[in-house]
Design a protein around this ligand. Structure first.
Ligand code: TMP
Ligand code: ZN
Length: 421
């Protein structure tokens, strides 16, 4: 596999020319926090620009970053992923509900369920092991090992056509194939669809959920675009993608997780035992209303993003000129996008407070802002905290009452730049 990013102006699904609508400029890898001793070394940057296809409506990055650049093998050649799914109670319940729904509505006795990108087994652990068989596919060793310890059969590899054929021979076809927050990372979605075609039973379903593009557009949250995410889905683009493989979208359900996701349900066209839900047409209509199929949705977004950037920089500079001190709160990967796009360095934001020990002492890539433990922030009492982990703002405000009581204020970069309280 290549170690170099690949840039193309063509749609990765249908080979039509892409139309660029967002350019966030030169970006480092969002999760590649830097050690102090490496600050002077040359960093990797790529151009983070996004386009849509006028033919199949797939929204995608022009430059794709190969897995090796963010799923880096360590000295033992093991790949490690930074995100363990099962650390959040909300996510655990979310995946349990999904597994219950799949079991009840789509499985038969002895059915095989495959999860692509099964992480630590957060979905598969919920299936009844007596009635059903499960199989996880997960390329990152550290998270896959946790699933295997839980007794969930897991193949530590990427999903490829060769692997799909091997699974078919050894395990047979799957009644349900699921995937959460993974297929948006797979640059060759055509190969993925061939894998689904190889593995899916005649009456099987393919269900997956990923961040939903219209929510990103609506909320202005351009910080959701980053190196790991090659695609940003709509019902329009998924409908067109699966059509190429004689499959069809038969349901779509909005989920609150990850700031707003869509769970899609796909079946073979030849399978008439499942009806197409009204949700599909309703969602397609809503997408047409905002201009997903005309380009309007994307162009409006670009204007708002540029405006948002100017607003944020002006506010930070104005506060600085008044002698105020500003720090960051929550060294989320999203903040790497905001700081690099807006050129926010230590001159404007002195440091970022974060409660994750593994991040403390490291620096944001590109802009080199240091990450410090919350204790430093609490002792320091700066005037403003720019919240990069804005999705946790309720929890943050609730726990930082002392900061607020001392006159501290939070700056939230989205929807428009806001100062709270
Ligand atoms: P996330 O948005 O990807 O979940 O990242 C949130 C980051 O913010 C993570 O590094 C932990 C950090 N954080 C804090 O430092 N304090 C907090 O109260 C919360 C909620 C998150
Ligand atoms: Zn296309």
């Amino acid at each position: 596999m290549t170690q170099k990013p690949i840039t193309s102006t063509k749609c990765k699904i249908c080979n039509e020319e892409l139309i660029r609508f967002l350019d966030l400029g030169q970006m480092p890898i969002a999760n590649a926090l830097i050690k102090k001793e490496d600050l002077n070394k040359k960093e990797f940057f790529y151009r983070l620009d996004i386009g849509y296809c006028h033919s199949c409506y797939m929204v995608q990055m022009f430059t794709t970053i190969p897995y090796e650049m963010y799923l880096r093998p360590d000295e033992n050649k093991k790949r490690n992923y930074v995100f363990f799914s099962s650390t959040s109670e909300v996510m655990k319940q979310h995946f349990k509900d999904w597994a219950d729904e799949i079991s009840k509505d789509y499985l038969k006795e002895n059915s095989l369920v495959i999860d692509i990108g099964s992480n630590d087994g957060i979905l598969l652990q919920n299936f009844d092991k007596i009635n059903f068989k499960v199989l996880g596919i997960e390329p990152a060793n550290n998270v896959a090992d946790v699933a295997i310890q839980k007794g969930i059969p897991t193949i530590i590899d990427y999903m490829t056509e060769n692997l799909a054929k091997k699974i078919l021979q050894e395990k047979g076809k799957a009644r349900a194939i699921a995937s959460a927050n993974v297929i948006l990372n797979i640059a060759d979605l055509n190969e993925l669809m061939r894998c689904i075609d190889i593995l899916l039973e005649e009456e099987g379903i393919f269900t997956f959920e990923d961040p939903y593009l219209p929510v990103i557009l609506e909320n202005n949250t351009y910080d959701q675009f980053y190196d790991e995410h090659v695609y940003y889905f709509t019902a329009h683009s998924i409908k067109n993608l699966v059509k190429k493989y004689n499959m069809e979208l038969f349901d779509a359900k909005f989920q609150e997780v990850h700031g707003g996701s869509m769970r899609f349900y796909v079946k073979r066209k030849s399978n008439s035992s499942i009806n197409i839900s009204d949700n599909v047409n309703n969602i397609l209509k809503k997408e047409r209303d905002i201009g997903i199929d005309s380009g309007k949705a994307y162009n409006d977004f670009n204007d708002r993003v540029q405006k948002n950037k100017n607003e944020l920089i002006s506010l930070l500079k104005k506060l600085k000129s008044e002698g105020k001190r500003i720090v960051g709160y929550g060294a989320a990967s999203k903040g790497v996008i905001v700081t690099n796009f807006c050129n926010i360095t230590q001159e404007l934001v002195e440091y970022i407070s974060d409660n994750t020990p593994a991040k403390q002492g490291l620096y944001y890539p590109g802009v080199h802002i240091p990450i410090v433990p919350p204790d430093n922030f609490h002792k320091d009492n700066p005037d403003y905290a720019l919240v990069f982990a804005w999705n946790h703002i309720k929890e943050i405000m609730a726990k930082e009452q002392e900061f607020i009581k001392n006159g501290g204020k939070f700056i939230i970069p989205f929807l428009n730049v806001q100062v709270l309280p």
